[in-house]
Design a protein around this ligand. Structure first.
Ligand SMILES: *[C@@H]1O[C@H](CO)[C@@H](O)[C@H](O)[C@H]1NC(C)=O
Ligand SMILES: *[C@@H]1O[C@H](CO)[C@@H](O)[C@H](O)[C@H]1NC(C)=O
Ligand SMILES: *[C@@H]1O[C@H](CO)[C@@H](O)[C@H](O)[C@H]1NC(C)=O
Ligand SMILES: *[C@@H]1O[C@H](CO)[C@@H](O)[C@H](O)[C@H]1NC(C)=O
Ligand SMILES: *[C@@H]1O[C@H](CO)[C@@H](O)[C@H](O)[C@H]1NC(C)=O
Ligand SMILES: *[C@@H]1O[C@H](CO)[C@@H](O)[C@H](O)[C@H]1NC(C)=O
Ligand SMILES: *[C@@H]1O[C@H](CO)[C@@H](O)[C@H](O)[C@H]1NC(C)=O
Ligand SMILES: *[C@@H]1O[C@H](CO)[C@@H](O)[C@H](O)[C@H]1NC(C)=O
Ligand SMILES: *[C@@H]1O[C@H](CO)[C@@H](O)[C@H](O)[C@H]1NC(C)=O
Ligand SMILES: *[C@@H]1O[C@H](CO)[C@@H](O)[C@H](O)[C@H]1NC(C)=O
Ligand SMILES: *[C@H]1O[C@@H](CO)[C@H](O)[C@@H](O)[C@@H]1NC(C)=O
Ligand SMILES: CC(=O)N[C@H]1CO[C@H](CO)[C@@H](O)[C@@H]1O
Ligand SMILES: [Cu+2]
Length: 569
């Protein structure tokens, strides 16, 4: 029997429908990450073994389109457990693959593997991935490039090419050894020995010069730099001699385009920057140095790379790149305040919460805690949010929340304001108890609530600014100011019109920022300082967002193949 006409029509419709689906369907990508020790030689020929992915520092780049899904099978061939986080990916309903150790999972043990399902939604531009266990992220990290979807364009002329620029901290010693020793001593890890650009330390350290990062450009072409601050504890200035930098995106969301001679980028942040190769053909230095407003500053070293025009003759242009001084507060603030959300169709529609259901006011501090076993002194360094120093549990918070039969892992009583109001940003802190309270305390939010978090820096400990990062969300950065936040007068200064949509906010020294978001992502989400030493000392907390009323607004079930086992379970 031949095809009936009606069947043919249905068949044709089916073909059309299918091809339509194929045109619009987001792609699925598979990556294998083999994490193992590899030898690297740097800083005047010191060879060290470093835990890296696929034998490379920085690790492999993930390159996909908007709304794709990525499966990353992480094979731990190292000597200790680890986890990986997809920084800035919101992972709708899927905290299982978010990564922070003892918050959403237990470590992937040596000799085992775990497959992360990384679900992209409206992120666009540049993000990154990094280990989220002890200090392993120092060497286990890489770029996560999200190109426009097949049917989308950039909100600016399409660049001729792009180039990832990863800013890193280099330690001569092993990251794990360093933090383990500092933790048992109750002391701080020494500052980084040097800084790197894409794994290259450059020519300022008076060592071999083969480690200078070189980016080749063609005259009159435009390049999209995807700049990632993967450093452990340093905010960074970055500039290129004779070339202006045009900022187009931050934290995988487009911003209003502006041009400056330098950028300031905090650990955890990513910035997309256009640079036009429109200068005399030659070789120009690019350079980075830390920005610091802390009483415990990093080393003030400059690391250089080269922007090199194709077919340029001669050596490096003598004109040196100018960077702001390490302690130039104005230079940092002037740059940061220019970042605004862009009202382009490629950005998610702006939905800034106006009526707030839940306010959280968080004082950020570095503290001390008593320590009986510390060899050097009877106290240890600590850090806190609202005086709670986060105590990493042995079983992850997500498992304990999801599976109610496990108790005693966390409590739901994170304080919604500081327990003691003092002159947070003042210098006279005499009589103040510097000890924090240890606890694994979460904030529990109802699905869909409009949330405002005000982050307040304090002068307790070394003071200074903090890059605060929230998992599971991008938030609108609506306000910033100096001194102590005044909840009556300061909200009138908020920018509710074009606030940047970011995932890591620079909270200025002796000041505050306000961020807002709708709690529409059910799950267990870590919030922490992206200075690794502060996070290790307890400058962290957890937001739990409850299920909505439907399955589509509830946490996905855990992966069928199971989660890495926690010791003792
Ligand atoms: C591209 O396709 C996706 C999926 O169908 C759709 O959601 C989006 O609106 C489209 N974008 C443009 C600019 O057409
Ligand atoms: C790294 O170098 C050390 C000393 O040079 C050597 O003993 C070790 O086998 C090397 N490791 C690897 C993985 O090559
Ligand atoms: C680097 O160290 C290795 C082993 O210690 C040595 O063989 C090599 O000659 C050194 N290279 C340089 C450039 O110093
Ligand atoms: C471990 O890797 C194998 C293949 O390499 C894969 O079949 C398996 O699903 C992975 N297991 C997990 C838990 O991801
Ligand atoms: C830890 O203490 C030991 C012994 O005092 C010392 O040698 C080491 O440098 C300390 N390490 C750190 C990271 O503080
Ligand atoms: C790095 O900075 C420190 C001071 O912060 C300085 O003592 C050291 O000489 C610098 N090293 C280089 C190679 O510039
Ligand atoms: C910062 O901006 C102020 C006011 O616009 C200006 O006076 C100052 O020179 C700027 N400082 C830097 C370092 O750019
Ligand atoms: C954004 O653009 C749309 C359409 O061009 C316009 O209606 C809206 O008012 C703009 N919003 C802002 C905050 O500029
Ligand atoms: C807080 O401390 C700052 C800096 O010492 C001082 O200028 C300010 O007046 C103090 N504020 C209050 C309310 O005491
Ligand atoms: C506003 O701040 C005061 C302290 O300055 C505090 O007592 C009060 O609870 C705060 N109000 C709200 C709504 O957070
Ligand atoms: C969402 O909430 C968690 C934690 O309470 C439960 O474990 C899940 O069963 C629940 N999911 C749904 C679909 O209700
Ligand atoms: C010590 C070292 O590696 N020196 C090299 C620096 O780069 C120049 C140019 O490539 C070489 O000629 C040197 O040998
Ligand atoms: Cu911090």
């Amino acid at each position: 029997m031949g095809l009936l006409k009606q069947d043919l029509v249905l068949w044709l419709l089916g073909v059309l429908f299918l091809s339509n689906l194929l045109l619009c369907r987001a792609d699925v990508h598979y990556y294998d990450f083999f994490v193992r020790e590899t030898n690297f030689t740097s800083l005047c020929n010191t060879t060290k073994s470093m835990l890296v992915v696929n034998d490379s520092y920085p690790g492999p780049e993930i390159r996909v389109h908007r709304q794709d899904t990525v499966y990353v099978n992480v094979h731990n061939q190292g000597n200790y457990g680890l986890t990986i986080h997809w920084h800035g990916v919101k992972q709708p309903r899927n905290p299982w693959s978010d990564g922070p150790e003892f918050v959403t999972q237990c470590p992937i043990q040596p000799g085992t593997n775990f497959t992360y399902e990384v679900i992209l939604s409206d992120e666009i531009g540049t993000l990154w991935w990094h280990a989220h266990s002890d200090w392993t992220r120092g060497s286990v990290h890489g770029a996560f490039v999200i190109l426009p979807a097949e049917n989308e364009t950039y909100p600016f002329p399409t660049p001729d090419a792009d180039q990832t620029i990863i800013l890193q901290s280099w330690y001569n010693r092993d990251y794990k050894e360093l933090i383990d020793e500092a933790t048992s001593n109750g002391t701080a890890v020494a500052p980084a020995d040097a800084y790197a650009i894409n794994g290259h330390l450059g020519d300022t350290y008076a060592c071999a010069n083969e480690t200078l990062f070189r980016m080749q450009v063609d005259y009159q072409k435009t390049y999209l730099l995807r700049i990632i601050n993967a450093a452990m504890n340093e905010q960074k200035f970055f500039a290129i001699a004779n070339h202006r930098l045009t900022v187009v995106a931050q934290d995988a969301s487009y911003v209003q385009i502006f041009t400056n001679d330098y950028i300031m980028i905090s650990p955890g942040q990513t910035m997309d920057v256009l640079v036009c190769a429109n200068q005399n053909m030659g070789q120009y230095y690019m350079a980075t140095r830390p920005f610091s407003d802390s009483a415990a500053p990093p080393r003030n070293n400059i690391t250089r790379g080269v922007l090199q025009y194709t077919n340029s003759v001669g050596g490096l242009n003598a004109s040196l790149v100018t960077l702001p001084a390490m302690t130039d507060l104005d230079a940092a603030a002037n740059f940061t305040r220019r970042i605004k959300n862009s009202n382009v169709t490629q950005n998610p529609p702006m939905k800034v919460p106006m009526d707030i259901d839940r306010r959280v006011y968080v004082a950020i501090a570095t503290n001390t805690l008593p320590c009986d076993n510390c060899p050097i002194q009877p106290t240890r360094l600590a850090a806190s949010l609202n005086n709670v120093s986060f105590d990493f549990p042995q079983i992850d918070v997500l498992q304990a929340y999801y599976n109610r039969s496990i108790s005693g892992v966390f409590t739901e009583d994170f304080p919604l304001q500081p327990p003691v109001f003092y002159n947070f940003t003042g210098d006279d802190l005499t009589g103040l108890n510097r000890n924090a309270d240890l606890g694994t305390k979460a904030v529990v939010l109802n699905y869909g609530e409009a949330v405002e978090i005000v982050l307040q820096t304090t002068q307790l400990g070394a003071g200074g600014s903090h890059p605060m990062h929230l998992h599971g969300f991008s938030f609108y950065w609506v306000g910033t100011g100096s001194g102590n936040f005044n909840n009556v007068t300061d909200p009138s200064s908020y920018n509710l019109v074009d606030p940047p949509l970011i995932n890591t906010v620079h909270v200025p020294a002796r000041g505050w920022v306000a961020v807002r978001f709708f709690a529409t992502n059910p799950g267990v989400w870590f919030m922490h300082c992206h200075f690794e030493r502060h996070s290790s000392w307890g400058m962290d907390t957890v937001f739990i967002v409850k299920n909505g009323t439907t399955v589509d607004t509830s946490i996905l079930p855990p992966p069928a193949s199971g989660m890495p086992r926690c010791s003792g379970t």
